[in-house]
Design a protein around this ligand. Structure first.
Ligand SMILES: *[C@@H]1O[C@H](CO)[C@@H](O)[C@H](O)[C@H]1NC(C)=O
Ligand SMILES: *[C@@H]1O[C@H](CO)[C@@H](O)[C@H](O)[C@H]1NC(C)=O
Length: 311
């Protein structure tokens, strides 16, 4: 009894609970990078201190790692629990769904806060804020990160290609892996996962928007970094709309009794492709806007000789 309890606690703590799965996050990060201006490349590289061993796709996974264990409060920053009525009514309501005892604690307020940190020229948490943003702009496009029902699908046991899964995992990883012909163990092979994510990001970058996917769009693209809450609410609402049109559309009973690797998967693919594409595009544009308001490098460099002169 004691042994199994200990083991359970161990597994509960150390099982990687990833969001969009690591493959999805890496793809979003590489795709965003392809949209960067030269200034954004410099801004991001300077903050991440990129080297061979740690690239932007690794940065996109940071928020799912140690920080979740060391700082449990950050866990709920990965989602917003829309208390709507899927599959008949889908809607994100910031006041209703974000607050936790009067404090905003959800992915929308997290994106808002991190954007504010990066809007200021100096703040000791800029690197962390950037890594959070790279991760959260991915998560906010995963429909089940915007839904309360079945705890974002984590409590809904399903089958996918004859394997046991929960619905959340199906949307985080299984659909993406199947679509890209990858084994579910891809996350354990970092060089291969990076290579595959780069390849998909290249293809998404070349591809055009699927016009059939406009149904859930809630307004024109929102890149105003002075209004992060408004933009993040639009993104969350678009993803949440997919809960009604696809994710929970067949109803819980059907989902529990059918293998989701068949027609359910086929219907889901264009939605996932569209959301990953938008994720990368929006993250790229968001960071471009943030990079554009940073003090220019000349301003930073000019100070050095003066300091040297005084020494
Ligand atoms: C965002 O910042 C506000 C104000 O400092 C704080 O109350 C809130 O807890 C923060 N929320 C998140 C998710 O970071
Ligand atoms: C949120 O989801 C949980 C778990 O499925 C459920 O027990 C609870 O009633 C839901 N809350 C609302 C307001 O829908």
């Amino acid at each position: 009894m004691l042994v199994s309890t200990t083991l359970f606690v161990f597994l509960a703590i150390f099982q990687p609970i990833s969001c969009w799965g690591s493959f999805g996050h890496r793809t979003v990060a590489y795709l965003a990078q392809k949209h960067f201006t030269a200034g954004t490349h410099r801004f991001v590289d300077r903050l991440l201190e990129n080297d061979q061993g740690f690239d932007i796709s690794d940065a996109s996974l940071w928020a799912d790692g140690r920080v979740k264990r060391d700082n449990p409060r950050t866990r709920q920053w990965h989602w917003i629990d829309a208390k709507d009525k899927p599959p008949t009514h889908c809607e994100v309501n910031y006041q209703r769904d974000c607050e936790d005892n009067g404090t905003p604690e959800c992915i929308i307020s997290a994106i808002t806060n991190m954007t504010r940190v990066l809007s200021k020229p100096s703040n000791e948490y800029r690197k962390e804020a950037l890594m959070f943003l790279i991760h959260f702009l991915g998560d906010i496009h995963q429909p089940l990160h915007t839904e309360n029902a079945s705890r974002g699908g984590t409590q809904l046991d399903v089958r996918f290609d004859n394997r046991n899964e929960d619905l959340h995992g199906v949307w985080d990883s299984d659909i993406l892996h199947k679509y890209r012909h990858l084994p579910s163990s891809i996350g354990q092979n970092k060089p291969k996962e990076r290579e595959e994510a780069r390849k998909w990001a290249d293809e998404l970058y070349q591809s055009k928007e699927d016009k059939n996917m406009q149904l859930c769009k809630k307004g024109p693209e929102c890149y105003d970094i002075k209004k992060p809450q408004k933009c993040a609410l639009l993104w969350a609402s678009e993803a949440n709309c997919r809960i009604c049109t696809h994710v929970l559309k067949p109803k819980v009973k059907w989902l529990e009794n059918n293998d989701l690797g068949g027609e359910y998967y086929e219907d889901a693919v264009p939605v996932v492709v569209d959301l990953v594409r938008k994720s990368g595009l929006r993250l790229g544009a968001w960071l471009n806007a943030l990079a554009a308001i940073q003090p220019s490098e000349e301003d930073l460099v000019v100070q050095d000789p003066e300091v040297d002169g005084e020494l």
